[in-house]
Design a protein around this ligand. Structure first.
Ligand code: ADP
Ligand code: GLC
Length: 494
């Protein structure tokens, strides 16, 4: 695009509630680290804005106070700090931190308390993130650095486009990325005026949502452009089946809605030098991968046997991720020649049932409850195949990690999984594109047939090696997707 070279000073404020490695609950944390870094590689001056949770304040070593916000009722006073991320690929990315002890300085997760309940003041917590994002994106900013684009991510920053819309004066364009439409930030109707937005925003043509208000709907309605994290999900969310009540609005905005598939951090996720692995390996030295299977079997108390197909699964243990389908399929699954290594945390009932399943099948099924970054890398390397029976999946990152690790994924044909995994068929094996296994329709029988397909294919060492190599050769880097985001930004300026 001509504008690329004529606009080298493009500035973007990337507003997000989490960023790896400071604070991460899922894929948004990974994306918030890797995408801004990739944008900076394309000469886009991308800077982050995040809340000052305790782990953010302790994780960032050199912080400078650059502004104060004292008169932003109903929000408590806050201070803006400036720092830079300091590890991995995102090292050096500038970050603005909102230090507001009354809202963020507490033990627990970014969205929920230690017992797993939403923080009662989440509307204020993320109202402040949105408010400061909008101030920094407008001529009311106390900073000399002013972004051309405010790039919002998920409901927690959904009020930024609304605040900008009602701001009289110069302001940035806004982009709203949907990482997951199921999380909508719904609060009582009075929340809008409490947070300083005009009463007129409580409207079907605005932030009103079935008699309540929704942060996400505000973002979808008032933003200049909407992005979601894969082309297939961009289509799916315009239908009743996966639109979570927003399909009508999204369909009317379809000319301003793009699907841009996520990339992955190929430095952080590289089997050739990943320090969390028992043995590093490359496509030229695949035999070494077996050392990781052995280490994983030993670590998790599974029977140590190189010949049994070992399936891995990592993630939030929720209905979205299809844990219930796995449980329904379990009676037949345990009769099959297969082992299962699961790492995750989430809904109490699913956690309990999976733990019981493991207890009843020692040596065959292992479940670890909790968040464990190192173990997640070892599972990606040590498993033979990776399971993602997600009911819906906006993009999904683990299926890309697993292909890069030579661990062909078995996935439900939905969202970004369709866009990033090529089903193993005679035709795709012949043309060199096969990289995993897809199943259609969320029924235990279909899932089990796909597992059978994996176990049968696994015995054919020639085809299996081809699958591994095809996946490892794919380019999952951020390069082209970051360029697609840059084109979205530029289209809003021209
Ligand atoms: P989602 O964002 O919907 O949870 P993604 O596949 O996009 O799903 O990203 C999930 C990210 O979080 C991946 O990096 C995955 O490895 C990581 N993750 C999820 N649960 C755990 C866990 N229990 N331990 C370690 N990493 C986890
Ligand atoms: C969400 C989605 C996941 C996506 C991630 C990062 O949490 O559930 O599919 O990969 O965000 O965009």
């Amino acid at each position: 695009m001509a504008l690329v070279s004529s606009n080298p000073g493009l500035r973007v404020l990337f507003i997000t509630p989490e960023v790896y490695p400071l604070v991460k609950t899922g894929g948004l944390g990974d994306v918030s680290a890797a995408l801004p870094a990739a944008l900076r590689g394309l000469k886009v001056d991308a800077r982050l804005l995040i809340p000052g949770y305790p782990q953010v304040l302790t994780g960032l070593k050199y912080k400078r106070k650059i502004a104060e916000f004292t008169a932003q009722a109903p929000f408590p006073p806050s201070t803006l700090l400036s720092a830079r991320l300091s590890s991995g690929t995102s090292a050096g990315v500038p970050v603005f931190v909102i230090d507001c002890p009354a809202l963020y300085q507490r033990e627990g997760g970014p969205y929920v308390d230690a017992a797993g309940h939403d923080w009662a003041d989440n509307a204020l917590r993320f109202g402040l993130l949105s408010k400061i994002g909008a101030i920094l994106g407008s001529d009311a900013s106390p900073l000399a650095w002013r972004p051309h684009v405010a790039h919002c991510n998920d409901w927690q920053s959904g009020l930024v486009p609304a605040y900008l819309h009602f701001h009289q004066g110069e302001k940035a364009a806004s982009v709203m990325t949907i990482h997951n439409l199921a999380f909508q930030g719904v609060f009582p109707p009075g929340t809008l005026t409490q947070l300083g937005l005009p009463a007129s925003s409580f409207d079907i043509n605005g932030a009103e949502y079935h008699g309540s208000m929704s942060f996400l709907k505000a973002g979808l309605y008032y933003s200049d452009h909407i992005v979601t994290v894969s082309p297939t999900y961009a289509r799916e969310i315009q239908t009743a089946a996966l639109g979570f009540g927003m399909q009508g609005l999204l369909a009317t905005r379809s000319k301003h809605l793009s699907g841009i598939v996520n990339g992955i951090d190929t430095t952080e996720w590289n089997p050739a030098d990943d320090p969390a692995l028992a043995k590093n390996y490359t496509v030229g030295n695949l035999a070494a991968k077996a050392g990781n299977k052995k280490a994983l079997q030993q670590l998790l108390g599974l029977i140590v046997d190189p010949a049994i197909p070992l399936f891995g699964m990592i993630g939030r243990l929720t209905h979205q991720k299809g844990c219930d389908l796995l449980l329904q399929a379990a009676p037949q699954l345990i009769e099959m020649p297969a082992q299962l290594a699961i790492l995750g945390s989430g809904e109490a009932i699913l956690t309990q049932e999976l733990t019981t399943l493991a207890k009843n099948n020692p040596g065959k099924i292992a479940v670890r409850i909790g968040f464990d970054e190192n173990l997640s890398h070892l599972i990606e390397a040590g498993a033979d195949s990776f399971l993602m029976p997600s009911r819906f999946e906006p993009c999904g990152l683990n299926q890309m990690y697993s292909q890069r690790y030579g661990t062909p994924p078995l996935v439900h044909a939905t969202g970004g999984l369709v866009d990033t995994v090529v089903d193993c068929t005679p035709a795709t094996v012949a043309d060199g594109s096969a990289s995993g296994f897809l199943f259609y329709d969320m029924a235990p029988g279909n899932f089990l047939s796909a597992i059978r397909r994996v176990t049968v294919t696994y015995k054919n060492k020639t085809v299996w090696r081809r699958l591994m190599k095809n996946g490892m050769a794919k380019d999952f880097s951020w390069r082209s997707s970051a360029a697609a985001y840059r084109n979205v930004y530029l289209s809003l300026l021209s």
